[in-house]
Design a protein around this ligand. Structure first.
Ligand code: NAD
Length: 368
């Protein structure tokens, strides 16, 4: 049997990192039939729109997509494809795991948390206007509904239960945003008692940023509204090693779309230079969603081993200050081939080795 999955290569580095992800997916032996659909700049050139109907139809039909990043054109009149996809397919839950792979690139090698972000409303509802003719004032409306708050909070608790995670933290600003913030807070407080085995607590967004910068290892699942989630998930990606290694997924009730946290990085487009790991780990999440856990574990272990070995890694994982020893950077495609080569070799059940990290070098008293 093979799975049919829509593949949206996207813009900038998108075609390179999605090609890398396909290569690694093939190495698992799980049969995937990719249905390629063009969105973004290529679609604007060929079809006059960045999000042709065929793309939406393909994703609706297959209910699964692997997506590369798509450039948001500035000043062209086109809406963001990413925001439009989420709204049109009702992909309400943006899930971004932040795991410090091989403890590299971070002072926080124990980071292992998930940001669950409401992805259809809040300050990204698209309701905004100029207040006066001279454009000296503007308003953006934050729409928060009880229905969307209930379903994202339930999603976060269900994820915690499924992944045997112990704690869900709601992040809001209900002390200042007395209606929108409070509505989200009440939804969380009324849902929490239905999951008595999971610790539930709350943080104001500003305090949460400080807490994460000091001790991210204490957090497990974070659930929050659209704008706060957008910012927190990039912050957590940075804590866990950078945008090059941060995967993500968007879930609706019927459809799941897997895409990295990073954007199209136009300055690296066509150079075979970008880190393919974030897109490759999107395939790991896709396979887990399909119940192909052994294949998913193989990908995670192969990525871990490749990064820990540091023989074939892209420039971002070879930067001075990021790694303990000098490393010559490899290309995107070379790193993908190395990970694909490791996929059948790794033992997906073995404990993951934790090499000495920058954090240990800076603080020799830290335990390995
Ligand atoms: P970006 O994520 O593209 O780049 C930010 C920085 O991270 C840059 O220095 C870039 O070179 C680096 N970087 C990103 N991905 C990398 C990778 N795989 N390997 C190594 N380095 C990497 O963010 P940006 O510059 O703000 O956005 C560029 C475009 O992407 C914009 O048009 C933006 O709207 C779009 N974007 C799309 C998505 C999406 O499709 N989901 C997400 C974010 C941004």
């Amino acid at each position: 049997m093979s799975y049919r999955v829509t593949l949206i290569p996207g813009d900038g580095i998108g075609p390179e990192v999605t090609a890398a992800a396909r290569l690694v997916a093939e190495a698992t032996g799980v049969a995937i039939d990719w249905e390629v659909a063009e969105a973004g700049e290529k679609a604007i050139r060929n079809q006059g729109t960045p999000l042709p109907d065929e793309v939406l139809e393909s994703v609706r039909r297959n209910r699964l997509a692997l997506k590369g990043p798509i450039t948001t054109p500035i000043g062209s009149g086109f809406r963001s494809v990413n925001v439009a996809l989420r709204q049109q397919l009702d992909l309400y839950a943006s899930v971004r795991p932040a795991r410090a792979i091989a403890g590299e690139g971070t002072r926080f090698p124990e980071t292992d948390l998930v940001v669950v972000r409401e992805a259809t409303e809040g300050l990204y509802s698209g309701v905004e206007h100029w207040v006066d003719r001279d454009h000296t004032a503007a308003e953006t409306v934050a729409v928060i509904t009880r229905k969307a708050s209930d379903r994202i909070v339930r999603f976060a608790f269900e994820l915690a239960r499924r992944e045997h995670r112990k704690r869900v933290t709601a992040v809001h600003k209900a002390n200042i945003m007395k209606t929108t913030g409070a509505l989200f807070q009440i939804a969380f407080e009324e849902m929490a008692p239905k999951y008595p085995e999971i610790q539930a607590d709350e943080r104001l967004i500003d305090n949460m940023c400080m807490q994460l910068a000091k001790k991210p290892e204490e957090y497990d699942v974070i659930v929050t509204t659209n704008l706060f989630g957008d910012i927190l998930s990039d912050l957590c990606a940075g804590l866990a090693g950078g945008l090059g290694v941060a995967p993500g997924a968007l879930y609706g009730d019927q459809i799941a779309v897997f895409e990295p946290v990073h954007g199209s990085a136009p300055k690296y487009a066509g150079q075979d230079k970008a880190d393919p790991v974030a897109e490759i780990l999107c395939v790991e999440l896709l396979l887990r969603h399909l119940g192909e856990n052994e294949a998913a574990d193989r990908i995670f272990h192969a990525v871990w081993e490749t990064i820990a070995e540091k023989k074939v890694v892209t420039y971002d994982l070879a930067l001075p200050g990021y790694t303990l020893r000098p490393v010559t950077p490899s290309s995107c495609s070379a790193m993908a081939r190395e990970i694909a080569r490791n996929v059948p070799r790794v033992d997906p059940h073995a404990p993951l080795p934790r090499p000495a990290t920058l954090a240990h070098a800076l603080d020799p008293h830290l335990e390995s």
